[in-house]
Design a protein around this ligand. Structure first.
Ligand code: ADE
Length: 246
């Protein structure tokens, strides 16, 4: 298996991959790791990888361009069709079942953000899987990537001896965050929703609340069960339910 990792802090991985089972697995040729700093792919003079969120608000958003181009470069030298895993607290909960599924792949590309969110187009058009290692927020996806690599590599045939055989193994607002976008407004034909470019803050807030509810309803309905909906949120949720039943 080949594992490519995209990170702004590649040095974080050196200790993990150069120790113990993960190191032995690489030495015996069962797996190979390559960590790439995706800042190298930024096509602007200052090698910037993030920008302000459209519609305003705190924090920065990772721009699509460096990540799309870094993944494209890796795919060009790939023999198969790699899975592209996005490390995010909004992702599907990582489980042993998912580790077993990923262990069957020939090539994994793992994208790690740091401090900031991803432009929504990375989620929608680049990632094949969005994975979270649990309901807590890390400073970046690097530790999550290490957890996933560790649990997948140990399942590869020949990595563990017989005795350690894997065959014998066994949030603050209460809602998921709304989609985020940064420049450009039109990235390779993928467009930012018009409302975010409107400058109308009331409409933007309404859109964000609605998309946050929609996302929570679609991905984590269990969170909504314990969430105290106010009248506005109840109305938005009704709108969403009507839209989805059409
Ligand atoms: N990035 C920040 N927090 C994370 C989590 N819990 N799982 C995966 N990636 C993350």
């Amino acid at each position: 298996m080949k594992i490519d990792i995209l990170s702004l802090f590649p040095d974080m991985f050196t200790g993990v991959f150069q120790q113990s089972i993960l190191k032995k697995a690489a030495e015996s040729g069962i797996v190979s790791y390559q960590v790439t700093d995706f800042r190298e792919f930024a096509d602007n003079k200052h090698k910037r990888v993030d920008d302000y969120p459209y519609g305003g608000g705190a924090g920065m958003v990772l721009m699509p361009q460096p990540l799309f181009d870094a993944v494209a470069a890796i795919k060009r030298r790939s023999e198969g069709n790699p899975r592209v895993l996005l490390m995010t607290p909004q992702g599907e909960r990582f489980t042993q079942k998912k580790a077993e599924e990923l262990a069957k792949e020939k090539h994994l590309i793992i994208i790690c953000g740091h401090y900031e969110g991803f432009d929504e187009r990375v989620r929608e058009h680049l990632a094949t899987d969005e994975l979270s290692i649990g309901d807590y927020v890390l400073t970046g996806g690097e530790l999550a990537a290490m957890v996933i690599v560790d649990s997948v590599v140990r399942l590869l045939p020949g990595v563990l001896g017989n005795e350690e055989s894997p065959a014998t193994d066994s949030f603050s607002t209460g809602l998921l965050e709304h989609p985020q976008y940064t420049r450009p407004a039109d990235f390779r034909g993928m467009k930012v929703p018009d409302v975010l470019l409107s400058g109308n803050h009331a409409l933007i807030e309404r859109w964000r609340k609605k998309e946050s509810l929609r996302r929570t309803l679609e991905r984590r309905p269990d969170l909504l069960e314990n969430y105290p909906l106010d009248e506005t949120e109840k109305a938005l949720l009704e709108e969403i339910k009507k839209e989805t039943s059409i």
